[in-house]
Structures are given as C-alpha cells and as structure tokens.
Design a protein around this ligand. Structure first.
Ligand SMILES: [Mg+2]
Length: 392
C-alpha cells in the first residue's frame, strides 16, 4: 500500500482556557494546529493531528506546514504499512538527531496508524499491542491566577468526577523571573488547591521548568510532606537530569518529568539516573505513537508511571491520546479533554466520532483506526472562515 500524498489542513482554534485567552504570560491564544491526511495510491486515507505551542515546543504553523511538505516528498511511494521505515525516512529528512520539530512527524505517524488500522479493521490500540482499558479517569489543567480562583476550579472539577488536577505553579516566574516572592505567590495557589482537594484526587503541581533552583525546590517541598496526593512536575530545566534526581531523592514529593521526555533515548537516561517517579507523555513532543510506545515500555520496565497529555488537540488528537493511554499498564488520569476545555474549534463540526467525555470519564469507541471521521466539506468551510469562524 504505497503512499500517494501527505497533506496538512490548517485549523483555526481560539483559546478559551483561563490565562490562554489574554496571553499575558507564555500561553498561546492561537496555537498552531493542523489535521494531517495520508492517502494511499489505492485511495485509502488516514488522519492525524499536528499541533504545537510556539514558546513551548518551538514550532510555528509555518514550520509545521513546511515540515509536512518535506515528509510528503520523503514518503511518496513508500509502503504505508511499514511504519518503522516511514519513521526512518522522516527522521532522515528532518530533525532526527535533536529535540523539537516533531509535531508534524507525530501528525503523519497518527495518520499512518489510522490508515493501517482502517485497512486491517483494528483499533490503533490493537496495533500498539493491546488495551489495558478503554475507559479513563480524567485530568485537567488549571492556570488560575489567584488562590481563590484556583480553589474554586479544583472544587468544580472534583465535583465533575475528575481524578487529576494539574495546578500550574510556574507562570509568574516564567513571566517575571525567579524570586522568592514569585515562588511564594505560586505556592499560595497550590496551598489553596490542596486545601479543597480530596486525597483520592492527584494534584500535580506543574512548574514548567520555572523553579530554577534544585535547592529551593527541595526546601519548599519538604513543607508538603503531609500531602500524599501531591507530585511536583518539571520544576527545573528539561536537561537538568541531575537536578531532578536531587529533588526526587531529597524532597519527599514524587517527581514528574514532562519537557525532559522528548525521545526514547532521553527516557532511558531519565530511568537510568532515577530522575522521576512518573512522566507526562506528549505525542507531539515524541513524534507520534511509534516513539511513544518505546517510552511507555521503558517506563513499564522501570516502574515509572505514565500520564498521557493533550497539546491541547481536537477530538482527533485527544482520541489518539486515549489509544496510547490504553497501552499503558499504569492507570493515571488522562488529559484528553483539551478539545472541550482549552479551545474553541469553530462552529463547524468537522470531526465525527472519537473519544467521548461523560460521567467524569473518557470513553474510547471500538472502531477501526483512531475511530474518527472527518467531514471534509465542513473542514473546508472552517478553513475558509479562518479565525472569524469561532462559535457564536
Ligand atoms: Mg507539564
């Protein structure tokens, strides 16, 4: 089944998430987003999603679009059923030897798995080795700027049945630089969240690399030893493995790494140096299912937990999130509701099927491939409207 074309279709999402709307800090109001379509010479096709955040993943919409063109040239005529070799071709064409630049690759990868699943009549999680589960507890991200607003949001999502809350604790320092005062400002929001959150709900305090100092991180976290539902996520720079291991060994609070997990080889080094208790797995940072599955297997062997994350995505990408989460033996809450809570994707319903969020859980349908279909005419109308096509 030879590949005839690899195409990108620009999407125009508008942020509705708190702190993303006014773009005061680093979070984007209009993150780059594309659906990716891989078409075979016999007319079959698969769909994936390539999204990014410019400050966070270092990719603009123009870069992703150009990268998909590079992959089109590299993959035309290649066997779509040989996903390993397709990745070999893509890595040789762009960014195989460095972090970053993998959003487009993840979109092509998703489309290849979707195509293969449809042709074989199997869900993507079957191609990944099988599903431990197809229903998932949920995690959401909270960016609220005051302790009261953070506490209110925690109570709201706990009442909806969410079992994971990602409390952002790095924004002030990302915007204004590290200082003891800024750190205390962030901790006030965390304190408010912990105060109202029951112990059966995970609180993941995500610093997004903003806490700078391993010593200060250890010092403040020792004050949280009584909260056994708290973990600290990526307090230090993504390449500071020694610092992460130091925090893990000394703070008494489990360490999650997110930005550090950009390839299977990077994951192996994190495991070897005992730098984390859990990771956040992002398909767009890793380059898709093919690399993500290697990361999941390293974590399984090393007894490191896996939390799977949205970018945020449309329901296409969030359904892909659930397929890789299905292949994880550990069952941490999954962040796959970004298509509802982060972004307005426009008034056109161009994605059909896929994951559904109800009763406080995510439900993955049993269907070939990803389990989503695209209404291409509705998508064309969305593209014609651009950012003017937001929901009324
Ligand atoms: Mg994170």
């Amino acid at each position: 089944m030879k590949i005839a074309a690899v195409e990108a279709f620009r999407l125009y999402p508008v942020a509705i998430k708190e702190a993303w709307v006014d773009d005061e800090y680093v979070w984007p109001s209009h993150p780059p987003a594309f659906l990716v379509k891989v078409t075979s010479e016999d007319g079959e096709h698969g769909v994936g999603e390539a999204t990014s955040q410019q400050w966070y993943l270092g990719e603009s919409a123009e870069q992703i679009e150009q990268c998909v063109r590079i992959y089109h040239d590299a993959l035309r005529g290649a066997d779509a059923e040989n996903i390993a070799y397709c990745h070999h071709l893509m890595e040789a064409a762009f960014g195989g030897g460095m972090p970053g630049g993998r959003g487009a690759r993840s979109g092509v990868d998703m489309a290849l798995y979707d195509l293969l699943g449809k042709v074989c009549g199997a869900p993507v999680h079957t191609l990944l080795g099988g599903a431990y589960r197809t229903e998932f507890e949920l995690l959401t991200n909270l960016y609220h700027k005051t302790p009261q607003a953070m506490a209110d949001a925690c109570e709201h999502f706990v009442a909806r049945g969410f079992k994971g809350l990602k409390v952002k604790v790095g924004d002030v320092m990302l915007a204004k630089g590290w200082s003891r005062k800024h750190l205390r400002d962030e901790l006030a929001k965390l304190d408010a969240a912990l105060e109202v959150t029951p112990r059966d709900v995970y609180v993941d305090a995500d610093a997004n690399q903003g806490w700078e100092s391993a010593a200060w991180t250890v010092s403040v976290l020792r004050g949280y030893a009584g909260y056994d539902n708290l973990s600290i996520e990526q307090p230090l720079h993504y390449a500071d493995i020694q610092g992460a291991a130091h925090v893990r060994a000394r703070s008494g609070v489990p360490v999650i790494l997110d930005e550090s997990v950009w390839s299977a080889k990077a994951m192996l080094e994190l495991a070897r140096r005992e730098a984390c208790d859990r990771i956040v797995l992002k398909l767009n940072r890793l380059g898709g299912f093919f690399e993500a599955l290697k990361v999941v297997q390293i974590c399984d062997a090393a007894a490191i937990g896996v939390s799977v994350d949205t970018n945020p995505y449309t329901r296409v990408g969030d359904t892909a999130v659930c397929h890789i989460a299905a292949a994880c033996r550990t069952a941490y809450p999954v962040d796959c509701e970004g298509h509802e809570s982060f972004l307005d994707w426009g008034r056109e319903e161009y994605v059909r099927g896929g994951v559904s969020i109800r009763d406080g859980r995510a439900h993955l349908p049993h269907a070939p491939g990803l389990g989503v279909d695209i209404d291409w005419e509705a998508l064309a109308r969305h593209q014609a409207a651009g950012y003017g096509g937001a929901s009324p």
